[in-house]
Ligand binder design. Structure first.
Ligand code: CA
Length: 268
């Protein structure tokens, strides 16, 4: 029997922060951490008056409500991955419908909408299903590198994909805030959903464009790697980076890491 302490991975844990930034007077981002469900979400709202913050709140809350109410069906599913995809599709469409319903009841809220990016863990095969609408992003941190898991639903991303502008030009493009899809928008609210198999040391970053439009990816990666064992510090430093680069927008980050607990197997 082994007597040395070993490290057993427990379910993934997310930690997150949001910040208004240095220019805006309100924070229209919202996020949710549901570690016991393996569910993490960020939304970045848009719209006048209180519309933006309401839309992002509705998106996050309706996602949490839907996954929570259906979690048993996910846990017991023969095919967890397919169930996760279905639940995420339903969750985003519930959010879309709820935002439109609230907007139609109040002229001040007309046109409100939100991005969303959601990660849902499927323990059976250590996969994560990532759904997104708009330009909030998910990144995978693996083996010291950063990989973008989402493709922005934005005009500049389309122009980059078509070869009309470069990725560098996209960062300063005058239309970089135009989204092609958003929850609450007319008929353009379908999420992209993809499955990713997680490895033991992986981390996932969810973030709004307050980070990605200000901060080069190399700096994002270096900050996360420098704080691998202290994810809260990583989140604090990422927010600080966005603000160092001008803090023109609200910034929200959620960092999902494997959680380890040393145990003494001799006692088991
Ligand atoms: Ca934003």
């Amino acid at each position: 029997m082994e007597t040395t302490g070993v490290v057993i991975p427990l379910p993934w844990q997310g930690i997150g922060l949001t910040d208004t930034g240095l220019v805006r007077t309100s924070n229209q981002d919202a996020f949710a951490l549901q570690n016991h469900l393996g569910l993490w979400a960020i939304a970045d709202g848009m719209g006048g008056h209180a519309g933006g913050s309401l839309a992002s709140q509705i998106a996050v809350e309706s996602t949490v409500d839907h996954i929570r109410s259906a979690y048993e069906s996910l846990s017991n599913a023969e095919n967890q991955s397919a169930t996760a995809i279905r639940l995420l599709m339903e969750a985003t469409q519930n959010g879309h419908a709820a935002i439109r319903q609230r907007a139609s009841a109040n002229p001040d809220l007309t046109g409100m909408g939100t991005t969303v990016v959601i990660a849902l863990y499927c323990p059976a095969r250590s996969q994560v299903a990532v759904a997104h609408v708009g330009d909030s992003r998910a990144y995978l941190i693996r083996n010291g590198s950063l990989r973008l898991l989402t493709a922005d639903h934005s005009l500049v991303q389309r122009l980059v994909a078509e070869g009309q502008i470069t990725a560098e030009e996209a960062l300063t493009h005058p239309q970089q805030n135009i989204l092609l899809r958003a929850l609450g928008a007319d008929d353009q609210a379908a999420p992209d959903i993809h499955l990713h198999t997680l490895e033991r040391e992986d981390m996932i970053l969810l973030c709004t464009d307050g980070l990605t439009k200000t901060t080069p990816e190399e700096q994002i990666l270096a900050t996360i790697l420098a704080n691998r064992m202290t994810p809260l510090k990583a989140c604090q430093d990422l927010i600080e980076l966005a603000n160092t680069h001008g803090g023109k927008d609200n910034t929200t980050v959620v960092l999902i890491s494997p959680s380890y607990q040393p145990i003494d197997r001799a006692g088991v």
